[in-house]
Design a protein around this ligand. Structure first.
Ligand SMILES: Cc1cc2nc3c(=O)[nH]c(=O)nc-3n(C[C@H](O)[C@H](O)[C@H](O)COP(=O)(O)O)c2cc1C
Length: 181
């Protein structure tokens, strides 16, 4: 019997929701990254890590990169949670490209990666995040509309709003994969 753990870092709760759904489906423990001690990796065979996407990077991904030696004999699953629709291949390509700058070729081969869709609530954003989004919007508005990526268009369409694309059913693939290990 394999033992599994779900660990996550979530700034506004979207990734947390997915982490909790996964833990419920897999009947396994779930920890916020800051409450997880890296020596406890030894207790599990399968590590599922989830983080929100911020400017292309996965929140808290250092947990995997800095402890990679402890993960060598384990199954590692990574899920990202972003605003951009992962059903659009261009968006996934973008995330994968960014991941390839932080994960070594070895890690990319070992880690099974999934992409889930979160949301955004502008009234809850930190001052810094609000400023970053405002700057990004300003930059995008200067661009020719035809030059905008699907991700850029989504950002403009949802700017200033509260949107929530989380969907419990979308964890199905991850659950199936983890159960088959
Ligand atoms: C400053 C900032 C940058 C973001 N960058 C991205 C991004 O590069 N790609 C994306 O898909 N979503 C991006 N988002 C949206 C978040 O990934 C989305 O809100 C996600 O659901 C957050 O999950 P969390 O609440 O668990 O941290 C960004 C949001 C903020 C505030």
């Amino acid at each position: 019997m394999h033992s599994t753990v779900v660990i996550y870092e979530s700034k506004y709760g979207f990734t947390k929701r997915y982490a909790q759904w996964l833990a419920k489906a897999l009947a396994c423990p779930v920890f916020e990254k800051k409450r997880f001690q890296s020596q406890d990796f030894a207790l599990y065979d399968t590590i599922i890590y989830g983080g929100g996407l911020y400017a292309g990077g996965v929140s808290g991904i250092k947990l995997l990169t800095e402890n990679y030696h402890a993960l060598a004999e384990k199954h590692v699953i990574l899920f990202t949670c972003g605003l951009a629709d992962p059903n659009v291949p261009e968006n996934v390509e973008h995330i994968r490209q960014a991941l390839s700058t932080v994960l070594s070729a070895d890690m990319l081969e070992k880690i099974k990666i999934f992409h889930l869709r979160g949301g955004i609530n502008y009234t809850k954003l930190s001052f810094l995040h609000k400023a970053m989004m405002a700057m990004l919007r300003k930059m995008l508005l200067k661009k020719d509309l035809t030059a905008l990526s699907s991700e850029d268009k989504e950002l403009l369409e949802t700017y200033g709003k509260f949107v929530d694309f989380t969907d419990e059913k979308s964890i199905g693939e991850i659950v199936e994969y983890a159960r088959a290990l």
